[in-house]
Design a protein around this ligand. Structure first.
Ligand code: NDP
Length: 320
């Protein structure tokens, strides 16, 4: 069968990871990249995003790799009117509204809009739903990290005198254990995670900076926070990555016995894994569109075999 002709809109961290991974898919080829910028550092064809609709007959699948803060709410629906799309929209409490908007646009266009793929939302969402379905009284906790938090790193960098800085969120071992044992109701965000700040600053400023960080309301004040100062050289060598991950832990009583289910992710580079999920769900979106489905689809509605390049018969023989 013919390869899926895929295009990317938005060439940030995620767009670059999707580009890299499309090259590794046996069933996809990259048509080009739509960007607001005139030129990008890539060998792929680059087109102005304003002219995207003119390419709709040559593109089977459009990867929406735009920012969730404003780009997706403002632009995603207009793409769904013309293309089968897959996004990683991660503003959890606004996902129901996003779904409604994408559903209307995709139904009007006769396309599929696969929404909120990635890992959280995405792989974690599926595992929350499956975990909860298994227990009459499920106890469920989600933990994030060890991982780099963009928002908290930005807050650190805003403190006067900080020349470079990052913040890692780490789940506490005792909280993970409590979740597995069914004591998850004792856990709150603040007592389940600790925060590790690594920063570069002149020695004379360090104590004041440490105080300002640990007492920052909401961001750091309710958490166990450590602040380490390193040289610019160490920072440049050891703190340029984008690691992330986490756990979804569900446990409960099954009529007098206790069981727990855990799903863990350890990601060396967050956008690479987010892209991997987006790619698999993009493949499913194209397959569902070819079967005549239209409208918004969430990860909860996608049968697992649709994600795979292997046939259902192969999967039944190999994986069941
Ligand atoms: P970026 O900030 O790197 O990119 C967002 C957009 O900004 C791009 O599409 C690009 O658009 C523009 N841009 C990027 N770099 C530059 C630059 N140097 N100069 C000017 N514009 C630039 O975001 P990410 O790719 O890291 O993340 C995209 C979204 O993915 C996030 O908003 C997040 O919500 C989501 N995400 C979801 C996850 C999940 O598990 N569901 C996990 C991780 C992220 P253009 O090319 O048009 O200029």
């Amino acid at each position: 069968t013919q390869k899926i002709s895929a295009a990317i809109v938005g060439y940030g961290n995620l767009g670059k990871s999707v580009e890299k991974l499309i090259a590794k898919q046996p069933d996809m080829e990259l048509y080009g990249i739509f960007s607001r910028r005139d030129s990008l550092e890539t060998d792929a064809a680059v087109y102005p995003v304003a002219e995207a609709a003119e390419h709709k007959d040559k593109v089977d699948l459009l990867f929406l790799c735009l920012g969730s803060a404003t780009d997706i709410p403002e632009q995603a629906a207009s793409f769904a009117e013309n293309f089968t799309t897959v996004d990683t929209y991660d503003n959890h409490h606004l996902i129901p509204a996003h779904r409604e908007k994408m559903d209307a646009a995709a139904k009007a266009g006769g396309t599929v809009a696969m929404i909120s793929t990635g890992w959280d939302p995405g792989m974690f969402s599926i595992n929350r739903t499956i975990g909860e379905a298994l227990f009459p009284n499920a106890q469920q906790n989600t933990f994030w990290g060890p991982g780099l938090s963009q928002g908290h790193s930005d807050a650190v960098r805003r403190v006067e005198g900080v020349k470079a800085g990052v913040q890692y969120t780490l789940p506490k071992e005792e909280a993970l254990q409590a979740a597995k044992e069914g004591r998850g109701d004792e856990i709150t965000g603040a007592n389940a995670h600790r925060r590790r700040v690594v920063a570069v600053a002149d020695e004379a400023d360090q104590e004041r900076i440490r105080q300002e960080i640990v007492s920052m309301p909401d961001y750091f004040e309710p958490y166990e926070t450590t602040v380490e100062f390193v040289s610019q050289e160490v920072f440049d060598r050891e703190h340029q990555g984008m690691p992330h991950g986490g756990h979804v832990i569900t446990s409960g009583d099954l009529g007098g016995t206790h069981s727990s289910v855990e799903f863990t992710l350890e990601l060396e580079r967050n956008p690479d894994f987010t892209a991997a999920s987006q790619l698999a769900y993009g493949r499913a979106a194209v397959r569902m569109a070819r079967e005549g489905r239209t409208g918004a689809v969430t990860v909860l509605e996608v049968a697992p075999y649709l994600l795979s390049t292997a046939s259902l018969d192969e999967l039944v023989a190999r994986d069941i």
